[in-house]
Design a protein. Structure first.
Lengths: 116, 110
């Protein structure tokens, strides 16, 4: 199994450009997440989804958008890129059932984005 | 507000020199506390989940423990391949978010 796959691994954007980070998982997980990781800071949640067609904001959603049309895919859209969006982005997924305990996250390898 | 802090920020050990990493947390209701390992250029990899105070889990040279306010990751006789950043996270009983600490960067020298 591939697990969680993110593309691209690296990208440089100019201020004001837009792009989409792709994320796909093949584990039939219902929950998917987007985090950003900045040096010296913990991972911060951008958006998450509890299933196809359902998304919700996390701690730092401004400047981003998501959609979840299938169980497998959860793309993250950056509109009007700004230098503050320079970061490493991680997609993660987990399975949560009605009687599940704490969720274990499976992460992708990350996408490093630089906005100049 | 839920918070997680980790100490030290960085730790350098000689091979075989045992030590502990600390994770302090505040959360209104704990669903689970997690330890992840992150290698440079890669995503975090799951190590342990702890659910209640007094619980302990072990995996090879790693042992995680939990109290009502802290968790420790004990590393016994570490090897250079244990070098990585170790992340602690908590999940509250409400909501779906995880609060991550900034991590401890561990270097084990041969």
């Amino acid at each position: 199994n591939a697990g969680v796959t993110q593309t691209p691994k690296f990208r440089i954007l100019k201020i004001g450009q837009s792009m989409t980070l792709q994320c796909t998982q093949d584990m039939n997980h219902n929950y998917m997440y987007w985090y950003r990781q900045d040096p010296g800071m913990g991972l911060k949640l951008i958006y998450y989804s509890v299933g196809a067609g359902i998304t919700d904001k996390g701690e730092v959603p401004n400047g981003y958008n998501v959609s979840r049309s299938t169980t497998e895919d959860f793309p993250l859209r950056l509109e009007l890129a700004a230098p503050s969006q320079t970061s490493v982005y991680f997609c993660a997924s987990s399975y949560t059932g009605q009687y599940s305990g704490a969720n274990v996250l499976t992460f992708g390898a990350g996408s490093r984005l630089t906005v100049l | 507000e839920d918070q997680v802090t980790q100490s030290p920020e960085a730790l350098r050990l000689q091979e075989g020199e045992s030590s502990s990493l600390n994770c302090s947390y505040t959360v209104s209701g704990l669903r689970g506390l997690f330890w992840y390992r992150q290698d440079p250029g890669k995503g975090p990899e799951f190590l342990f989940t702890l659910y209640s105070a007094g619980e302990e889990k072990e995996k090879e040279r790693l042992k995680a423990t939990l109290t009502k306010k802290e968790s420790f990751l004990h590393i016994t006789a570490p090897k250079p391949e244990d070098s990585a950043t170790y992340l602690c996270a908590v999940q509250a009983t409400y909501g779906q978010n995880f609060v991550f600490g900034p991590g401890t960067r561990l270097s084990v020298l041969p």
